[in-house]
Design a protein around this ligand. Structure first.
Ligand code: ATP
Ligand code: MG
Length: 388
């Protein structure tokens, strides 16, 4: 009886001809997060991925693997040959181990026979093993609807017995869906937006705008901290740090006060668009949510959107703030996001921002500015920070 970790794939399992590509990328991402812990082997067997490693390392590995996108469940399993006696022995061992760890009164056996050559059909094997457990553990009962624990039996090339399913985030393996440039502020929303897009396989770079010295170095540190938390899920992040102060001053001098937010927002998009083009990035990502603030009305978003040609992904567009906060807590960015440091948008915050800007008016206002050279200047002076 040997212990291994099994990994179940969610959506990847539905991929047709591309499946191998997704699986291989997932295995590569899994290797990357566990290589310093050390493992013997990673192999595929009929729809699941298995890791051979030392059992005392399992908890640490599970903790890291949970954050690898594309993976739905992780289970420590007993691996044995497809032999009835061995299956019985391992089932008893698995239940005993479970009982040692927690109080259970009821169980259900759930067999999955991927190898149809195995002579005993799933329901029959479940019944046999269920009976055996009842004999050996007098305190236990069967509950088919709401058991305290399942005993899972997978019959593949080998047989695998387990009781735990540790949930992963699902999604698609990082790097299987192109690249996105996240507009990362110090707020609650944008880190969540980056997380959700990365979960769909998008590789993430970031751009942050600040108004130093009007915004502090501590505010800048906070954004780096957020990027660092995000990198637990998305790996290494290239983050561009851009000073927007000259642009804001110019807008402040030459344009209407109530257009400050929408105009600086368009500059943010344009600069991000340039960076994306230079870096071969396919899309921008923002944390906008419809109606959340004055600049996120459908009119505001429309005017912002017209600053760039490339797609702008807004995964939070239909989410309520409470739902966004739930995700922020879950991915552990929330506590950092709510630290009270100033943001560049608060520096010249208009008292009454336009909520229904018209593109003609905004384009007209921009005529007062030397948009091109302002953008070039900002880009020339930007800083590249690598977040590991
Ligand atoms: P967040 O919580 O992400 O700061 P928010 O609700 O404060 O969002 P806005 O300030 O209107 O919303 O910003 C909308 C989106 O624009 C942000 O989610 C982010 O993607 C981008 N953005 C705003 N400020 C910055 C900034 N200083 N640097 C980079 N991107 C920014
Ligand atoms: Mg913000």
């Amino acid at each position: 009886m040997e212990k291994v970790l099994s990994v179940s794939l969610g959506e990847i399992a539905l991929k047709g001809l591309n499946r191998k590509y997704f699986e291989d990328q997932l295995i590569k991402n899994m290797r990357r997060v566990i290589k310093d812990i050390g493992f013997e082997k990673i192999y595929k067997e009929q729809g699941k991925i298995y890791i051979e490693a030392e059992e005392h390392n399992f908890p640490k590995m599970i903790n890291r693997l949970k954050k690898v996108f594309g993976l739905v469940y992780i289970s420590p399993c007993i691996r044995i040959e497809k032999d009835e006696e061995q299956i019985k022995e391992a089932s008893i061992a698995a239940i005993r181990e479970k009982i040692d760890k927690e109080k259970i009164n009821t169980f259900k056996v759930d067999t999955n026979r991927a190898d149809k050559n195995f002579p005993i059909k799933s329901p029959e094997l479940s019944r046999q093993i269920g009976g055996l457990i009842l004999q050996n553990f007098k305190e236990l009962e069967v509950d088919v609807h709401n058991p305290d624990t399942f005993l899972y039996i997978d019959i593949k090339q080998n047989a695998y017995i387990y009781t735990e399913k540790v949930k992963g985030y699902g999604g698609l393996p990082l790097g299987t869906n192109g690249k996105g440039l996240l507009l990362l502020s110090g707020g609650i929303d944008s880190p969540v937006a980056g997380f959700l897009m990365a979960k769909r396989g998008l590789e993430i770079s970031a751009v942050h705008y600040h108004s130093y010295p009007f915004t502090s170095e501590r505010a800048e540190e906070k954004v780096k901290d957020l990027a660092r938390i995000l990198s637990r899920y998305v790996g290494r992040i290239k983050m561009y740090s851009v000073n927007l102060l000259d642009i804001q001053k110019e807008i402040n001098n030459k344009c209407k006060e109530n257009e400050m937010t929408i105009l600086s927002r368009r500059f943010m998009m344009k600069i991000a668009g340039r960076i994306a083009e230079k870096e071969g990035i396919n899309a921008l990502i923002t944390g906008e949510s419809l109606g959340q603030v004055a600049s996120q009305t459908v009119e505001g978003i429309s005017v912002t959107n017209r600053a760039v040609d490339i797609p702008v992904l807004r995964p939070l567009i239909g989410l309520d703030k409470v739902d966004i906060i739930d995700i922020a807590r879950d991915i552990e960015t929330f506590e950092t996001s709510i630290l009270p440091f100033e943001d560049c948008c608060t520096v010249f915050l208009p008292k009454h921002p336009v909520t229904k800007p018209k593109i003609e008016d905004i384009l007209k206002s921009e005529e007062a500015l030397d948009v091109e050279s302002l953008i070039n200047n900002a880009i020339e002076n930007m800083e590249l920070i690598i977040i590991e």
